[in-house]
Design a protein around this ligand. Structure first.
Ligand SMILES: Nc1ncnc2c1ncn2[C@@H]1O[C@H](COP(=O)(O)OP(=O)(O)OP(=O)(O)O)[C@@H](O)[C@H]1O
Length: 293
């Protein structure tokens, strides 16, 4: 063994979330056929892929809506099973779905505490909820809402997205998954939401951003995980790739990757992947189980 092999152990903290070889079938449909995902604290990890690639299924498995049929999930380095949304919430996983699940007839404070209201005896503790909601919005530098007692019905699309994201971080969350947060927004509101996404990561959260929009991805993501036909085609550092390469990965599952990388062999009939070969925990480029520094 070389001296380098005896070098000091890697002191980097484990990723907040690591999925290794995740599989999910819906009857005869193999929605996930061996997916890997690494999401680190302080980073935005984009999850991209064509329609039907498996992005929604992946995030629903992480959120405990469907359990993975096979594969490993590690949370902060510990093996875990997420078999219900309550399990995911207990770990600190929050998901903001596209529909946002806001109640138009309630104000921002009540929406942020929806289903998890603070109580004083039998009554709602309005003042504690208002204080905490204001603190969270201030900590995220949200200045786009006029009053936290405003009804959500009167908010713009970007403001609604902001409220849904702020609600997700209210609960000491460690991993926030955002499903297409800018899909319905105009240019200025998209920019505000992307800045908020970046601030979440800068505040130390692990953020997974599901997106079809390469501008968004290249603007905020530190790494990009590409799904292709239910498999991980690559997880790459954003600085080490290009839009052309990511689009190639999305559309064909392979691309002219970094020198030394082995092109993935993904096809609709591909056999199960050798998950032992995956190396997504490193910062190296990982292409369907093959790694290049
Ligand atoms: N509940 C379900 N029952 C049966 N098949 C499903 C179910 N959910 C997803 N699928 C199938 O699993 C595959 C992956 O779908 P999924 O929705 O995860 O893809 P996606 O990447 O999120 O696509 P999109 O970008 O269009 O939302 C598709 O073939 C889809 O038809």
């Amino acid at each position: 063994m070389t001296q380098a092999a005896h070098a000091a152990p890697d002191l980097a903290p484990p990723p907040t979330l690591e999925v290794r070889g995740g599989r999910k079938n819906f009857g005869a449909v193999h929605a996930l056929r061996g997916v890997d995902l690494v999401a680190r604290a302080g980073e935005v990890t984009a999850l991209v892929g064509d329609n039907g690639a498996g992005k929604s299924t992946m995030i629903k498995c992480v959120a405990g809506i469907y359990p993975f049929d096979a594969g490993e999930v590690l949370f902060e380095g510990e093996a875990t099973h997420i078999s219900s949304p309550a399990d995911a919430n207990a770990l600190g996983v929050e998901v903001v779905y596209q529909d946002l699940a806001l109640c138009d007839n309630l104000d921002i404070v009540h929406n942020m505490f929806l289903g998890r209201e603070l109580k004083k005896g039998f009554r709602l503790d309005e003042s504690a909820m208002e204080t905490r909601a204001a603190e969270v919005l201030a900590s995220l530098s949200v200045r786009t809402v006029r009053s936290i007692r405003q009804h959500v019905a009167s908010l713009s699309g970007g403001q609604r997205q902001t409220v849904a994201i702020a609600r997700a971080v209210l609960w000491n969350s460690k991993l926030v998954i955002l499903d297409e947060p800018t899909a319905a927004l105009g240019v200025a509101q998209t920019e505000q939401v992307l800045q908020l996404v970046r601030r979440l990561a800068d505040a130390g959260l692990a953020v997974v951003l599901v997106s079809h929009n390469m501008n968004d991805v290249f603007e905020v993501a530190d790494s990009i995980n590409v799904l292709y036909l239910g498999q991980t085609a690559a997880q790459v550092r954003t600085k080490d790739t290009s839009r052309t390469e990511v689009i190639e990965l999305i559309t064909s599952g392979s691309a002219g990757m970094a020198p030394g990388a082995v092109a993935p062999k993904i096809s609709p009939d591909a056999p199960e992947r050798a998950t032992s070969a995956t190396a997504t925990t490193s910062d190296a480029t990982t292409t369907n189980g093959s790694t290049s520094a």
